[in-house]
Design a protein around this ligand. Structure first.
Ligand code: FAD
Length: 396
């Protein structure tokens, strides 16, 4: 009997986990059925668009970060927790930090990106990124300590006026209430430069309502333990802060950078429209680790929406390459964008729909509920959303 072929997926985020889940659903024959291994350094998948909800305690971490073991139960996919430190593309072998090696026939690279907090002096030591569960925990702990000191104001600087910066600032405004003195700092002459006019306008209204200050056309020069130095029109101003949050940038991991594979100037992997890494017929890449294009050649942003849609194509193309079918070129379907703007506010613009306020808040939640991995997890979380208010009412 011939050996089963091996598919190894490195990184279990929107690209990797959903590729694994889709792959497990194909009607493999017994001879074709591959051994699928998903490797992640964390033991849980993170649904990052809902990470803000942990700051306001609207959600709990089990809802937005289910364990891989649970999500992959009964799929046949093997989960291996570990940090990949090396990939030998000639020997076709992945090495983990404890020297475990995992051989493969086909490899998927979906390690996502990282927030570069070393762009200005002091940021690495004093600014908090907001990308992982650990980041959210650190931020909650910092807020708890600041609130414990019981000051009359808590001064927060959020660096970056993109989606993350704006959403985080709005959630923080609700979390800190009257005490919050929040400012968003951005180089550009407006926030949310890549957003739609409708969402930008709604977001600006939310920032104004929450008294969140916008420092536009402003560069960060330095971050200290209790201050931030800002440059506006050549003039440096150092202002006191209690908390600096860094939301700018997306950097590829050192692991990917070191690989002898075709990359763009920033180190993101260059891929064919089929998501095969250029020059390879055994390595696919998707999500934030890859330079993504639509099949029409349009450059795509590093978003969950892109990684999620790519996962369908990646899974299909893995299946096609293993079963001698033609590979498909990735076609992106823009579904619009949604942003949370506080504990009862959001904005949605897409598929001909424009919605803001509490209606958008509910719609955004429902869309994300539907996007959570596995029906079982969707039902558990959905049931909790329905019963939680009743439990709170009864226990008050
Ligand atoms: C706070 C926040 C909010 C966001 N909101 C939105 C939104 O509303 N809409 C939207 O479309 N996008 C949003 N995004 C962007 C979106 O989350 C990313 O674009 C998406 O997660 C990319 O998917 P990915 O699979 O490439 O990477 P990720 O989802 O980041 O997954 C990468 C995985 O690889 C693992 N990994 C990395 N290196 C290694 C290694 N060496 N060894 C083992 N495992 C490794 C990581 O642990 C991680 O699980 C948001 C991002 C953040 C941080």
């Amino acid at each position: 009997m011939s050996e089963r072929s091996r598919i190894c997926i490195v990184g279990g985020g929107f690209g990797g986990l959903y590729t694994a889940l889709r792959l497990s659903e194909f009607p493999w024959t017994d001879e074709q059925k591959p051994k699928i291994t998903l490797i992640d350094k964390s033991d849980r998948f993170l649904f990052s668009p809902l990470l803000y909800e942990l700051i306001t305690e609207e959600m709990q971490s089990w809802e937005i970060a289910p364990p891989f073991a649970e999500v992959l139960a009964n799929t046949g996919v093997i989960f291996q927790q570990g940090s990949v430190t090396d990939i030998n593309i000639e020997a076709k072998q992945v090495t983990l930090q404890d020297d475990t090696t995992i051989p493969y026939d086909r490899l998927v690279l979906s390690t996502g990106g990282a927030t570069p907090v070393d762009i200005v002096p002091g940021a690495r030591e004093h600014a908090l990124p907001f990308r992982s569960l650990a980041d959210a925990d650190r931020l909650r702990e910092k807020i708890r300590l600041l609130e414990g000191d019981n000051p009359d104001k808590i001064r927060v600087a959020v660096v970056g006026g993109g989606y993350s910066g704006v959403e985080l600032a709005c959630k923080l405004a609700d979390r800190l209430g009257e005490k919050g003195r929040i400012r968003i700092i951005d180089r550009g002459d407006q926030i949310l430069k890549d957003s739609t006019d409708f969402n930008r306008k709604t977001a600006i209204e939310a920032l104004e309502k929450n008294h969140i200050w916008q420092d536009l056309e402003t560069d960060v020069e330095r971050v200290e333990a209790d201050s931030i130095s800002l440059v506006y029109k050549g003039q440096t101003d150092t202002i006191p802060v209690d908390l600096v949050l860094w939301t700018v940038g997306n950097r590829v991991s050192e692991l990917i950078k070191r690989l002898p594979l075709e990359q763009n100037e920033q180190g993101f992997l260059k891929v064919e429209p089929t998501l095969l890494v250029k020059g390879r017929d055994d390595i696919f890449a998707l999500g934030d680790a890859a330079e993504s294009y639509d099949r029409d050649g349009k450059s795509l942003p590093a978003t969950a929406q892109v990684a999620f849609q790519q996962s369908d194509y990646c899974a299909w193309n893995l299946w096609a390459s293993a079963t001698n079918r033609p590979l498909l070129s990735f076609g992106y379907q823009p579904l619009g964008e949604m942003m949370t703007l506080g504990t009862d506010n959001a904005t949605i613009n897409g598929l001909g729909l424009k919605l803001d306020g509490p209606m958008a808040y509910v719609a955004r939640r429902l869309v994300y509920l539907y996007r959570l991995p596995t029906l079982k997890h969707q039902l558990t979380v959905g049931f909790n959303w329905i019963t939680q208010p009743i439990v709170e009412l009864l226990s008050s």
